[in-house]
Ligand binder design. Structure first.
Ligand SMILES: Cc1cc2nc3c(=O)[nH]c(=O)nc-3n(C[C@H](O)[C@H](O)[C@H](O)COP(=O)(O)O)c2cc1C
Length: 158
């Protein structure tokens, strides 16, 4: 599926979420999709069959700084919840911005990181004024990451 994703050319076509939509997904402990709600499927442009079992980066947009996902994963792996603005890419190259909340799920009643059994995410329409600030910041981060090259990207973006 990664091969499929890499063939997609990003376009300037934006899909804007409505205030009453929630995009929901769940993954296993390795970040592979185990559940996508109808709206997730609809926005992504993939079928449920194409999505389930794939890594969540199937909707990754190349404009997203690596440092954001580094922060996401370090937050989750330490047992905490993450809030962040994310630009995602659909199967046809369009993009859609979300405000994402991502949480770990635990197999026992506690919150010990060794019991993380998967992850859960709910996304909603981002506030337009905040998004203008965030997207400008992400552009700066992406530029810093490109200048730094792959090995130094996360540190530069952060
Ligand atoms: C529950 C959950 C939800 C996620 N949602 C997204 C998402 O909407 N978009 C995205 O690009 N990455 C999302 N990720 C992060 C991806 O797993 C991945 O780290 C990211 O796309 C960067 O991919 P890359 O490491 O191939 O660059 C999510 C991860 C988890 C665990």
């Amino acid at each position: 599926m990664d091969i499929m994703k890499n063939k997609i050319t990003p376009t300037n076509n934006e899909r804007v979420m409505t205030a009453d939509e929630f995009i929901v997904s769940k993954t296993d402990a390795a970040g592979r999709l185990t559940y996508c709600n109808r709206i997730f499927i609809e926005y992504s442009g993939y079928t449920e069959f194409e999505l389930l079992g794939q890594q969540h980066n199937i909707v990754r947009h190349p404009d997203m700084p690596r440092a954001v996902f580094h922060l996401l994963w370090s937050t989750l792996k330490s047992g905490n919840e993450f809030f962040g603005y994310v630009k995602n890419m659909t199967k046809d190259g369009s993009y859609y911005w979300v405000l994402a909340n991502v949480t770990p799920s635990f197999s026992n009643s506690g919150t010990d990181v060794k019991d993380i059994s998967g992850y859960f995410s709910v996304r909603r329409k981002p506030d337009a004024a905040k998004l203008r600030i965030v997207s400008a910041l992400y552009n700066d981060m992406l530029l810093a990451e490109k200048v730094a090259g792959t090995s130094g990207a996360v540190a530069a973006g952060t």
